[in-house]
Design a protein around this ligand. Structure first.
Ligand code: AMP
Ligand code: MG
Length: 304
């Protein structure tokens, strides 16, 4: 299906991807159209292993080599200079390309069998919460997609960390599971010298993850109390918190730690819609490690 220019949704460890042949501009255009994705928001090209990099990347920097050896397969995307045969549709017209090797057995098998670099944005309608189950893909893109490979719920649940790896030090363009600390960077983003995080990742300027209900952030441990206050105003309120929902509040998810919140976050946003709540209250987590990526996604869901 990929070789024929089709759209194949597949699970990765982060979220479900909407895969197309990265070198087929017509297929890439279909993926953008299916998602309603702005044309200047480039796609991540997925490879079976780091040995495939020369198919899409013009210059593999020592930093890229080191990061790939350490974190691939895994949720780290590297931005590097593209070979000039990668279609502008895939790169959003940039001279760079984003690449990663996913760590999921279904993705790995698909990429190996297809023997193609596969461009894959998240398999949701643009602006919707990212899909972490095959059902989420079917709900958003059921009529547009040619095949959905169902690998069950994604284990990580938030998108990959995007890093510009063209220089000597990594520059984080989008927060994710591979943290600044993992990359040897300062947790507060205050890197010395020229490696400050000034480069922009085109996709991060768009509003993301907006469910069809309100989302409000409560302080850590303050979710049940915040939810009760909203219920008192007459609202139908859902809760994602460390503690169970009190009486009168719709239980959406009880999460014991940050990785579990990351894994269940997007499903919780969709479950809150299905439960027809007016407002979903989600407890904040400390902004260290994976907590930075989770809070980034939560703020976007809450409207910025
Ligand atoms: P998504 O596929 O929805 O996870 O989005 C992919 C993310 O990677 C977006 O935030 C893009 O802006 C970013 N990205 C893809 N290619 C590049 C690139 N060449 N330079 C910078 N960011 C990129
Ligand atoms: Mg996306």
């Amino acid at each position: 299906m990929l070789r024929a220019g089709g759209l194949v949704a597949f699970p990765t460890e982060t979220v479900y991807g909407l895969g197309v042949d990265a070198f087929d501009p017509a297929a890439v255009a279909r993926a953008f159209a299916a998602k309603g994705r702005p044309a200047d928001n480039p796609l991540i090209v997925h490879l079976a292993d780091a040995g495939e990099l020369p198919r899409v990347v013009a210059s593999i920097t020592p930093l890229a080599r080191r990061l790939a050896a350490t974190f691939w397969p895994g949720p780290l995307t590297l931005v590097l200079a593209a070979v000039d045969t990668v279609p502008p549709a895939t790169t959003g017209g940039l001279t760079t390309v984003a690449v990663r090797v996913p760590d999921h057995p279904v993705a790995a098998a698909l990429l190996t069998l297809a023997d193609l670099p596969v461009a894959a944005p998240s398999a949701n309608r643009s602006g919707r919460p990212s899909p972490t189950t095959a059902e989420h893909v079917a709900a958003d893109l059921g009529t547009e997609v040619d095949v959905i490979l169902d690998g069950g719920p994604c284990p990580v649940g938030v998108e990959s960390t995007v890093v510009d790896a063209r220089g000597e030090r990594p520059v984080v363009l989008r927060e994710g599971t591979i943290t600044r600390e993992d990359l040897g960077l300062r947790a507060d983003g205050s890197e010395p010298g020229p490696a400050a995080d000034v480069a922009a990742s085109p996709g991060t300027r768009y509003r993301h993850y907006a469910p069809r209900c309100g989302v409000e952030l409560a302080p850590a441990g303050g979710g049940p109390a915040h939810a009760r206050r909203l219920v008192a105003t007459g609202a139908r309120v859902g809760l994602v918190a460390a503690d169970p929902a009190p009486a009168g509040v719709v239980p959406i998810a009880t999460v014991r730690d940050v990785p579990q919140l990351a894994q269940r976050l997007y499903a919780a946003l969709r479950d809150a819609e299905l439960a027809a709540v007016d407002v979903l209250v989600v407890e904040s987590v400390p902004e260290v490690g994976l907590g930075r990526a989770v809070m980034d996604r939560l703020r976007r869901a809450a409207g910025g």
